[in-house]
Design a binder for this molecule. Structure first.
Ligand code: SAH
Ligand code: TYD
Ligand code: ZN
Length: 410
């Protein structure tokens, strides 16, 4: 039995998705011989309740100059983060000389609005390619990993922060002790640390097992964030569901006694009791096995019937689902994705080629397997001509199903 990365407590293994390559490592066709594999399995700590991966992949293998994820890649993300920025500008950042730090600013999807407003800010982003995109938007970026030492240095050069923000990044940081000590060193006494991350409840209730991959080291619940906050001298003052990635949670931490606690925390804690029962995990495990069985069965049947299938979107999730299910180019000959840095490369491990979106129309396949299912509304609306041409979407969470018509109400 392994020790919790956060508190050293005992961790019970709950799901094993086998050996997997790095989710965002999209190799070129000539780079497939030296892919890095690790065991993708998760478990929960008996003491602090934190859900975590059982094997940690070194961070330099993931967040380097070639890291391909672009936060601005969808209208949904752009709109969401512009509104996050606008809200900060109207409240916490409305005072003279206010200062905000974003951990994992990626291509600057959130900070662009802050920079435009002329407010003091700093993005901390170790991946060179995306950091450059942020800098080109006029954003101040520090190309480093955020940890205690970085935070202390930022404070001594810029002063304390009114807001420290992160989205889909805190769950990427196994060294939560150094991170939290850094936050404590950098935050103003009356400031807030706000982070929004994939929610364990969404993963479990939505059977979104493909949210598990090397980068998502922790799966937070309100309970585990509360225990993490206390451990490092903070108080969880708010938790609020947000829509990205199929349903995330935004947590707000402050120093004890500095801010009033909202009623949300208590009601969400009560809802989570069911979520973390052994029976719930057992049902999740069987549902995941069922998805693999049904999806592979459907793809094999379609192949036998001579129907064409193409993948749509190459998010990190595509790596988990195709490697876990053993889906290669024989069943899905290619996937289309709008991210230039993924195109003309291969899905890690299963080596399905990634092509630009134009390939989707040329000609339309009979079926499109939607790997970017968290963007289903945006994509299905955008590709309406595909359905009109007789095409069908295949979705696989929370269960495998075929969608032939634009859902009612659209
Ligand atoms: N905030 C964006 C990007 C999330 S991807 C969004 O919500 O879409 C996670 C980002 O965190 C990556 O760009 C990665 O390079 C960065 N990252 C990983 N570890 C980090 C660390 N220790 N400090 C700062 N950024 C980190
Ligand atoms: P996303 O779910 O945002 O990221 P993650 O890797 O964290 O799961 O990724 C969505 C992917 O889908 C991204 O590679 C871009 C792609 N995409 C398209 O190809 N077309 C689209 O219309 C949209 C919205 C996304
Ligand atoms: Zn623990």
């Amino acid at each position: 039995m392994l020790g919790c990365r956060l508190c050293g407590g005992l961790v019970d293994e709950l799901l094993d998705l086998g050996r997997q390559p790095l989710a965002n490592s999209f190799p070129r066709p000539d780079q497939t011989t030296d892919e890095f594999f690790y065991r993708l399995a998760m478990g929960a700590c008996r003491d602090c309740s934190m859900m975590q991966l059982l094997e940690e992949v070194p961070r330099d293998l993931k967040y380097h100059d070639g890291y391909p994820y672009r936060a601005s890649g969808s209208a949904t993300h752009r709109d969401h983060f512009t509104s996050v920025a606008t809200n900060f500008l109207a409240r916490e950042l409305s005072t003279k000389d206010a200062f905000v730090v974003e951990i994992g600013c990626n291509d600057g999807v959130m900070l662009a609005r802050i920079a435009k407003a002329g407010v003091r800010h700093l993005g901390v982003e170790p991946a060179g390619g995306v950091a450059e995109l942020a800098a080109a938007k006029g954003i101040d970026v520090l190309r480093e990993f955020f940890e205690e030492e970085t935070a202390v240095r930022i404070r001594s050069t810029h002063g304390p922060a009114d807001v420290i923000f992160a989205a889909n990044t805190i769950c990427h940081i196994p060294y939560a002790d150094s991170l939290m000590r850094g936050v404590a060193a950098l935050l103003k006494p009356g400031g807030i640390f706000v982070f929004e991350e994939p929610y364990l409840g969404t993963v479990i209730n939505g059977m979104a097992f493909d949210q598990l991959y090397d980068e998502h080291f922790y799966f937070f619940t309100v309970r585990s964030v509360q225990s993490m906050a206390r451990r490092f001298g903070f108080e969880l003052i708010d938790a609020e569901p947000t829509p990205l990635h199929g349903g995330s949670m935004r947590y707000t931490l402050a120093l004890p006694g500095q801010r009033a606690r909202t009623a949300n925390v208590r009601s969400l804690l009560a809802q989570e009791e069911e979520l973390t029962k052994p029976d719930t995990y057992r049902r999740f495990r069987s549902a995941v096995e069922r998805i693999r069985h049904d999806l592979v069965g459907l793809l094999e049947q379609l192949k036998q019937d001579g129907r064409t299938v193409v993948g749509y979107g190459a998010p990190g999730k595509v790596t988990t689902v195709t490697n876990y299910c053993g889906i290669g180019p024989d069943l899905v000959p290619y996937v289309c994705d709008s991210t230039p840095s993924k195109q003309h490369r291969l899905v890690p491990g299963t080596h399905i080629p990634v092509r630009p979106p134009d390939a989707f129309r040329d000609p339309y396949p009979d079926y499109a397997l939607l790997f970017a299912w968290n963007h289903a509304d945006e994509i299905i609306a955008k590709e309406q001509a595909f359905l009109e041409a007789g095409g069908s979407w295949i979705l696989y969470v929370p269960e495998v199903r075929v969608v032939r018509h634009v859902p009612a109400g659209r």
